[in-house]
Design a protein around this ligand. Structure first.
Ligand code: ZN
Ligand code: ZN
Length: 390
């Protein structure tokens, strides 16, 4: 039986860096309201579970114990610890920081457990995807790396191969760093080129090290890349390496800040294109991993017209509920958005995004194609794949 689980707790809204910070809890609030207004919570294929606090021992499977102690201390005294990224412009301190971040992480780790035991087929944590957090430091609005902790839990339970697919506009540097030396974990990140966007890493030449060489795949795309080109890039790389890696579980990060209206990136990837990518990741999980799919949120700062749409579509996808592209969004949801003084989207996307498959040919005059080809040249030989022909 196919079952998707969404983890949620209103207490996840307490992950709040304060007024004016891009990562406003409103984005999660409006996402959950849209999921509810679309009737997804009434579907028999979707269950809702509480996001529970992770213990220190669980957090310490990917973070240094002294960092966890420092987060707890900073979140109670509000004394900055800049060397650990706590109390910076990106990661200002707030009361209860440890607990809020531990709940994000607990949600993802519990889903990993339920996937591995077969209790559920798909898991979604829209509050997760904190891919920049490093073992000993907060970074890029991320305090605890729930994505890495979920992967670690799968490995600890006996998984031999896990694939991590990161669709956020920013490079998934924390997850990559944590599994840099681990051949069991394939990390693939498509992101805006580090020369124009935080965190500056994620070059195509970075492929992992030693026995793990090839297990890191980076697709840095240029600023202004469109949805069609972004899909073409994903299609040219992801299915091939996933097929070779043969993951038992797919963990994906669906940061939706690659959107053209997102204030923090320079990419131009529509909700429709992001939706198509979600569908592809879902299909890969069924094709290669007996369906085991853990889908996480991530970045996304267009709080009323992009994030709720992208992640409601993600939850519907995981629950196998077909939503019609271009359909009117529920009036009560739009009214709630407008009551907050925000602008609400009118429709859920507008239609399929036509894209050209890589098989139709490589265009060396195109900047995205050149970036994709650089990735294929760097990564494919490690998998026995031909950068030109596969
Ligand atoms: Zn991001
Ligand atoms: Zn499915």
């Amino acid at each position: 039986m196919h079952l998707a689980r969404l983890v949620w707790s209103p207490r996840l809204l307490e992950y709040d860096f304060g007024p004016g910070h891009p990562m406003s809890p409103t984005r999660l609030d409006l996402t959950m309201r849209l999921i509810e207004a679309l009737g997804l919570l009434d579907q028999p294929t979707l269950e809702l579970a509480n996001a529970e606090l992770a213990s220190d021992a669980v957090i310490e499977t990917v973070h240094d114990a002294d960092y966890v102690a420092a987060v707890r201390h900073a979140g109670s005294t509000l004394e900055p610890d800049v060397a650990r990224g706590l109390g910076t412009d990106d990661d200002p301190l707030f009361a209860g920081m440890h607990e809020a971040a531990a709940r994000q992480l607990g949600g993802s780790v519990d889903l990993a457990d339920a996937l591995w035991t077969g209790e559920i087929t798909h898991g979604v944590n829209v509050a997760g995807g904190m891919h920049h957090a490093m073992p000993g430091a907060a970074s890029g609005f991320c305090v605890y790396n729930d994505a890495a902790a979920a992967i670690r839990r799968l490995l600890d339970r006996g998984a031999e191969r896990v694939a991590y697919l990161d669709l956020d506009a920013h490079h998934g540097d924390g997850v990559e760093a944590i599994f840099w030396d681990d051949p069991r974990v394939l990390t693939v990140s498509i992101h805006e080129d580090g020369r124009t966007l935080f965190p500056g890493t994620g070059a195509s030449a970075d492929v992992g090290r030693g026995a793990a060489e090839g297990s890191v795949v980076n697709i840095p795309v240029p600023a202004r890349t469109t949805g069609a080109a972004w899909l073409r890039a994903i299609d040219a790389v992801v299915p091939a390496v996933v097929r070779e890696h043969r993951p038992q579980v797919i963990v994906s990060q669906h940061g939706c800040d690659a959107h053209g209206r997102d204030p923090l990136s320079n990419l131009n990837v529509s909700v429709d294109a992001q939706w198509t990518a979600q569908r592809w990741v879902h299909a890969l999980a069924h094709e290669h991993a007996e369906g085991r799919w853990l889908a996480l949120g991530g970045g996304g700062y267009a709080v009323s017209d992009v994030v709720p749409l992208a992640w409601a579509a993600l939850v519907a996808e995981a629950a196998h509920v077909p939503l019609e592209r271009g359909s009117e969004l529920p009036a009560e949801w739009r009214a709630a958005v407008e009551a907050m003084g925000l602008e609400a989207a009118r429709t859920l996307g507008s239609g399929e995004v036509p894209f050209r498959s890589w098989r139709d040919g490589y265009d060396p005059a195109d900047a995205v194609d050149r970036a994709v080809q650089a990735t294929r040249r760097a990564a494919f030989p490690h998998w026995g794949l031909d950068p030109l022909l596969d």
